[in-house]
Design a protein around this ligand. Structure first.
Ligand SMILES: CC(C)(COP(=O)(O)OP(=O)(O)OC[C@H]1O[C@@H](n2cnc3c(N)ncnc32)[C@H](O)[C@@H]1OP(=O)(O)O)[C@@H](O)C(=O)NCCC(=O)NCCS
Ligand SMILES: CC(=O)OP(=O)(O)O
Length: 696
């Protein structure tokens, strides 16, 4: 079941509020705790809340702090985008949304308003956000003053654009001439036949017209009388320039009377008409030209028991009439009537039972790298671990340390001489305060002799003597690994300066494998543009035999599951099924059979080529009956030549973040890095290591 829904529009004034209000009512009827979130709001005046948030939160009396209901204002986002920090925008939005997801049973997310130019950027941002929140989308469009063919084109284009990246649950087209509702629904359905629900909502006069309050606000008018009726709807307006006897015949229901302030005859006549059974009611009177009626007229009005709003504005009649014609109707907190009309409209035209059912059964397959990284951080924060970084002089390690300490996600020990580490910090101008981390220099450590003795005991059967043990413990990899063995730290990450063999040999020698595991292997979490794939083994076993390959596959599937990726395992080879022959293909086929026998529920396919594993079209043509082909999430390489170079090729050619290699099968978490790693890679690998350490 989805924990939220994203309401996105594709144009300004689409009537998105009708959908949001109706949805909120529907959701509150199904579950008690519903949250509301707007990733990006319009810029507001100092101290003024966003109108949409204010309306939804106050009408439904949601128990939610204003600051928690949005992430950014439009100008903050533009500023961050201009500074190349679009990734930070998404990270913060995910963080704020996830807080609400934890607190509420369901979260209704309202996208941007499209009230500015650059609508293609805005469309992209909405798609990006909904994708990164893993939410299904309701697209809202509007058809006011448009040909039906134009509406259909727009809706189809929007649907196809969103559908490429996210799940579109429903399309709601608003403000349609009531006589066209059925026809339009049929036309849209004939174009979009993929099970997306289609709703067409007619134009509702009372929602399309502004209230007197909205008009006062736009015209910067002064309310002289009738403040208590300021939320009257103005469905019409007409200028009182002719004689009263003629003007009265032009009055329409809920019309706004516009007249110069010195036309007492029109003012009094309109007020009288409002209470006469023989004339329609009016919504208010606008007095133009800054003219205020004379005192006796004002006294007369003051004496009336009830008066519609009378507003004075500075501008002339012509300007005011034009300006009123351009005012777009808004829904706001005090206008209960409009809110309730919106909800009633939604309930009348939307199949709410079907929509609720779709939400219950919805399951997202989308798992973006940013969601993945957010989840990792949250998991690591739940139980803080102590990680040792043997390469304390490396600039990238020190930069990663700053981020890790700032995030309060781990405690750190850096191996190295304190003064020398400080020199590096100063040299590279790194904002790391050494008081926030622990530092150890092996040969000066009070634990050194104990570690030497322990290593000697553990390895004497391999002809290690005390001198050799002392030499070994002077090495940063051995010393840091011994800290893990002794329980003086929970995990180790190294390899930014040292080779994989140098980093891992101590762990293989005395941390050893977990019970039931024969070989240590590794995976990379490959954060591709729209998904996280798991590549194994790209770091340790040069030429695994069939049994070892099967074990690598099973361990990698387990790792995938532990880190929130549903394992669909592809055993890679230069053959898909029986298309190619050779010893290496046979080895992969045998490995697949062994893995299937050991884990019968595991979705696994092999031998299979990379293209058939990840591309649905090719997968279907090469292996039509496979439940893995085209959708593999775990890719197992036949040997280290292929695995190591493939991960590097993908990383370098696509810019993907490659987290790892993360080792699997060891008794305690020790992880390697590539010497080509960045501070970001180190940061992510430390977080992964901390999560692994939570299981020991
Ligand atoms: C992993 C690796 C370093 C082990 O090399 P090594 O230390 O020379 O291996 P050895 O055969 O001497 O084994 C040393 C110990 O590790 C153990 N070991 C080696 N590979 C192991 C594995 N995959 N799983 C579990 N234990 C392993 C051995 O059993 C042995 O234990 P013991 O000394 O208690 O008997 C080696 O396989 C290697 O270099 N792999 C490629 C690394 C690489 O360059 N990757 C590319 C860049 S990431
Ligand atoms: C993991 C890996 O390939 O390491 P390096 O690039 O240091 O050889």
């Amino acid at each position: 079941m989805s924990k939220g829904i994203y309401v996105a529009t594709i144009e300004p004034n689409s009537g998105k509020s009708v959908v949001v209000l109706g949805l909120m009512r529907m959701l509150l009827g199904k579950t008690a705790k519903v949250g509301y979130f707007r990733p990006i709001i319009e810029d507001t005046k100092e101290g003024e809340p966003d109108n949409h948030i204010n309306t939804v939160v106050s009408y439904f009396e949601l128990d939610i702090n204003y600051k928690k209901t949005f992430a950014y204002t439009r100008s903050q986002v533009l500023d961050l985008y201009n500074r190349g920090k679009s990734g930070d925008v998404i990270d913060e939005i995910i963080k704020k949304y996830k807080h609400l997801e934890e607190r509420f049973d369901f979260v209704l997310v309202e996208g941007t308003d499209f009230s500015h130019e650059n609508s293609s950027l805005e469309l992209d941002i909405n798609i990006l956000i909904s994708k990164n929140l893993g939410l299904p989308v309701i697209i809202v469009s509007q058809g006011d003053k448009k040909e039906l063919s134009e509406i259909v084109e727009n809706v189809q284009l929007a649907h196809d654009t969103f559908k490429e990246e996210v799940d579109v649950l429903s399309i709601m087209t608003n403000k349609i001439d009531p006589k066209d509702v059925g026809t339009l629904k049929g036309l849209i359905k004939s174009r979009i036949n993929e099970g997306t629900d289609i709703t067409v909502i007619p134009k509702i006069g009372s929602l399309a017209s502004p209230t007197v309050k909205e008009i006062v606000r736009k015209l910067k008018g002064t309310v002289l009388f009738g403040q208590e009726m300021i939320n009257n709807q103005s469905e019409n307006y007409s200028v009182g320039a002719m004689q009263l006897r003629n003007y009265l015949t032009h009055l329409k229901e809920n019309a706004l009377v516009i007249t110069p302030g010195d036309r007492a005859d029109i003012i009094l006549g309109a007020l009288q008409a409002n209470i006469s059974a023989n004339y329609p009611k009016i919504s208010g009177i606008i007095l133009t030209g800054g003219l205020i009626p004379e005192k006796p007229i004002l006294r007369l009005i003051e004496g009336l028991s009830s008066v519609v709003p009378i507003i004075s504005v500075k501008d002339g009649t012509f300007f005011v009439t034009n300006a009123i014609g351009k005012i777009k109707s808004r829904i706001y907190a005090e206008n209960i009537e409009k809110i309730e009309t919106s909800i009633a409209t939604f309930e009348k035209h939307v199949d709410t039972n079907k929509l609720a059912e779709d939400l219950i059964t919805f399951k997202s397959d989308i798992f973006t790298p940013r969601m993945f990284q957010y989840n990792l951080l949250q998991r690591a924060l739940k139980d803080k671990k102590h990680i040792v970084l043997p390469e304390g002089y490396d600039e990238r390690v020190l930069r990663a340390a700053v981020r890790l300490i700032d995030a309060h996600v781990v405690d750190l020990t850096l191996i190295g001489e304190r003064e020398k580490i400080q020199e590096r910090i100063d040299k590279h101008d790194i904002p790391l305060d050494l008081n926030t981390v622990n530092t150890v220099f092996p040969i000066e450590s009070p634990d050194f002799e104990d570690y030497v003795q322990t290593f000697y005991e553990l390895r004497k059967h391999k002809n290690v003597n005390m001198d050799m043990a002392r030499d070994a413990m002077s090495d940063v990899s051995y010393f840091a690994t011994m800290m893990i063995y002794k329980g003086h730290a929970d995990g180790m990450v190294s390899g930014a300066l040292h080779t994989t063999a140098h980093t891992l040999r101590p762990a293989l020698q005395f941390i050893k494998t977990k019970p039931g595991v024969n070989i240590v292997s590794s995976v990379f979490f490959m954060c591709l543009e729209d998904r996280v794939s798991i590549f194994g083994d790209c770091a340790i076993n040069p030429n695994p035999n069939a049994e070892q390959l099967a074990e690598i596959a099973i361990s990698s599937a387990e790792t995938a599951r532990n880190f929130g990726v549903e394992p669909k395992v592809a055993m890679l080879s230069y053959s898909s099924g029986a298309s190619g022959k050779g010893e290496d293909v046979d080895r992969v086929r045998k490995a697949t059979e062994i893995a299937k026998a050991a884990a019968p529920d595991l979705k696994i396919e092999g031998p299979i080529q990379y293209d058939a594993a990840v591309d649905m079209r090719i997968g279907k043509s090469k292996l039509p009956d496979s439940e893995v082909a085209g959708q593999a999430s775990v890719l197992i390489f036949p040997d280290l030549n292929t695995g190591n170079n493939t991960y590097k090729a993908v990383q370098r050619e696509t810019g993907a973040l490659a987290i790892g290699p993360m080792l699997q099968g060891l008794n305690k978490p020790v992880n390697d890095l590539s010497r080509g790693c960045t501070a970001d890679d180190i940061y992510s690998t430390v977080i992964i290591t901390a999560i692994q350490a939570q299981d020991f």
